[in-house]
Design a binder for this molecule. Structure first.
Ligand code: DGL
Length: 282
């Protein structure tokens, strides 16, 4: 990787997902903290995460994320992926000495907002299976009937949309039909890929179903941690850490597959990523 980082008061924020889903969270963070440096890392060589063996997911994420944190000297990491968050947060926190923020499906607000006390969680098959999710429902589901729906197809459709390929509404309909028929009035988008298809999902389910995701809540947590970090660094360093390297605020997107499509490159460039590179390992 050839990009030089302008050394900020604190290092870049690393946002991680298996694919383009984490951009829904990145977008919320950047709206409030536009002057930070960002690196978006996506492990698309191993997508969809919802189908991966648990141990493979944990060890792979740990190795990839720790090496990139070191390479860019990240100050904070956001695991902008529900599937990874259900498994890898403890392993990462054990080896990293920077804040690690995860994503939690918005079950608590969904239970509070549902009028008919019937909610659903739409996530990856991995997230739907994990004890982490079942404990959240136990803790925050209140008196609601909670139904779980797992789909990796929707992850793939969301990736296709980001690559500029038209989404066929019949494909969405096939996946969401059981939800439409269930009578629930509030649906948690428990995978960060799904807000990317919010318009299509809402169109199919109708305006009477409220869609909720956690992007704003995660962004709020990141913002508060960043303010604390900046304050700490200012007190510690005064001005000595403010310099060196290029003055431009480059944003990097790093992927793990051999290649990505021109469509996806265009989408990333439009968001503002000036460097889009394959992760160099070893
Ligand atoms: N975006 C991810 C999530 O929030 C994972 C999608 C996948 O790779 O299966 O769960």
């Amino acid at each position: 990787m050839h990009t030089k980082w302008r050394r900020d008061l604190s290092g870049p924020i690393l946002v991680f997902d298996s694919g383009i889903g984490g951009l829904s969270i990145f977008d919320e963070i950047r709206q409030v903290l536009p002057d930070k440096q960002y690196c978006y890392l996506f492990d698309n060589a191993r997508l969809p995460y919802g189908e991966l063996d648990e141990q493979v997911l944990i060890s792979g994420c740990k190795a990839l994320i720790t090496s990139i944190v070191k390479m860019i000297d990240a100050s904070l990491i956001v695991i902008a992926c529900n599937t990874a968050s259900t498994l890898v947060l403890p392993a990462l926190r054990e080896v990293l000495n920077i804040p690690v923020v995860g994503v939690v499906p918005a079950i608590k607000p969904a239970a509070a907002l549902s009028r008919n006390k019937h909610i659903g969680v739409l996530a990856t098959p991995g997230t739907i299976r994990r004890p982490y999710t079942h404990e959240l429902i136990e803790q925050f589901g209140g008196d609601c009937k909670v139904e779980l729906y797992g789909s990796s197809e929707l992850v793939i459709l969301s990736e296709r949309k980001a690559a500029g390929i038209d989404i066929i509404q019949a494909d969405i309909a096939k996946i969401l039909n059981p939800i439409k028929c269930s009578g629930l009035d509030t649906l948690v988008l428990g995978c960060t890929h799904f807000p990317m298809l919010k318009v299509e999902i809402q169109d199919y389910l109708g305006e009477n179903v409220l869609l909720l995701d956690s992007a704003k809540a995660v962004a709020a947590r990141v913002i508060s941690l960043c303010l604390q970090l900046d304050e700490k660094n200012r007190n510690r360093n005064n001005s000595k850490d403010e310099v060196s390297g290029s003055e431009s605020k480059e944003m990097i997107a790093l992927y793990t597959s051999e290649e990505i499509s021109d469509g996806l490159k265009n989408t990333l460039a439009k968001i503002g990523f000036s460097n889009i590179e394959k992760v160099q390992t070893g």
